[in-house]
Design a protein around this ligand. Structure first.
Ligand code: PHE
Length: 338
């Protein structure tokens, strides 16, 4: 009786359980086999009733086993192994691109459509490529404009430093090729500054260079104007202010109209309505000559921008340190971007 109810109640979640059931009741050393052994010793009077119960019992076990087995064989393997396919799946974390990568990719895309290629160079630079070729006079305070991390202070222009800008890549490109050049140079640069919300000892730049015959300042303006329309949206205004860089003449800084709050007070522009985004100018003929390019035949423009600044203005990020802290709460916010 006890076995009967056990058999009736039995269900198997896993194939192994069903097999265990088979062994227990129907196996060669199973309960039923055992009962048949006992049957031999039962007195003749009792044999009839005992035999009847025994046969019924055997049938019950077999039927239950076959039922369950059929049921089981019809199920997918995962379910046979006892997994419940109706349970919700485990969630998994999807990564996201770093905002600086997003911005870099977007800028590269825009300039690629204008025929610019991407060029890269070393982060550890010599004095020539970072300064001298770019028309920084020796011992000139302009070298201090960009607080440099020197790796080796050498004799007479023998210094090795972490590059302070990616303009060094422009020099390498011009030295190693022939005009026309049309390239942008993304990369990390280093400056010896105390880390705060507004400054860091490293950041990322994208510089651009276009050298060919008859390249003019109006080409520079139109190119950068187009770039800004693509990046910040149609109708973004630009203005150029005169500036100074040793390697460009004339030089300018470009501001864009603040597109974030449209003047309503996000304070990214300190309520002026304008934010500076890049430096630019016509490549100084001295720089062209330093790189072996005929400055009578060729002219060019160059520009350089900090990617962090571009990202700040796109995503309203107010603290530079966020870019390098790897705080997932910050990084997660860019999941929806491509
Ligand atoms: N190299 C300059 C800087 O780091 C930016 C710049 C590049 C300005 C090209 C003009 C032309 O500040």
């Amino acid at each position: 009786d006890q076995y009967t109810s056990e058999i009736q109640a039995f269900t198997a979640a896993k194939a192994e359980e069903l097999e265990a059931f088979r062994i227990k009741f129907l196996g060669t050393k199973g309960i039923i086999k055992d009962l048949f052994e006992q049957f031999k010793t039962v007195s003749t009077e009792e044999k009839r009733s005992f035999g009847k119960v025994l046969n019924q019992f055997k049938q019950l076990a077999e039927t239950r086993y076959n039922e369950l087995k059929e049921n089981f064989d019809a199920k997918p393997a995962a379910q046979q192994a006892g997994q419940d396919l109706t349970l919700p799946g485990d969630g998994f974390e999807v990564g996201s691109r770093h905002p600086l990568s997003l911005v870099r990719n977007e800028i590269i895309d825009i300039f690629k459509r204008l025929g610019f290629v991407v060029a890269e160079g070393p982060e550890i630079e010599d004095d020539w490529h970072n300064f001298s070729a770019l028309n920084f006079p020796e011992e000139h305070p302009a070298r201090d404009m960009q607080d440099t991390f020197f790796i080796r202070k050498g004799e007479g222009g023998d210094d090795i430093a972490l590059r302070t800008h990616t303009s060094s890549v422009q020099v390498r490109m011009m030295e190693n090729g022939k005009p026309p050049f049309r390239a942008i140079m993304p990369g990390r640069v280093y400056r010896n500054e105390a880390i705060s919300a507004r400054a860091h000892c490293f950041f990322h730049q994208i510089e651009g260079l276009y050298v060919d015959e008859n390249v003019s300042f109006s080409d520079l303006k139109q190119t950068l104007y187009h770039f800004v329309q693509e990046l910040y949206g149609e109708g973004t205004q630009v203005r150029f202010r005169p500036s100074y860089f040793p390697f460009t003449e004339p030089s300018a800084e470009m501001d864009i109209s603040c597109t974030i709050c449209k003047g309503a007070g996000c304070n990214m522009c300190k309520y002026s309505g304008w934010v500076e985004i890049l430096g630019c100018g016509m490549v100084d003929p001295n720089v062209l000559e330093n790189c072996g390019i005929d400055s009578k035949k060729y002219t060019g423009f160059a520009f350089g921008m900090g990617m962090e600044r571009i990202a700040n203005l796109k995503y309203v990020i107010r603290d530079l340190r966020l870019f390098s802290e790897n705080d997932v709460r910050f990084l997660k916010q860019f999941q929806s971007e491509i």
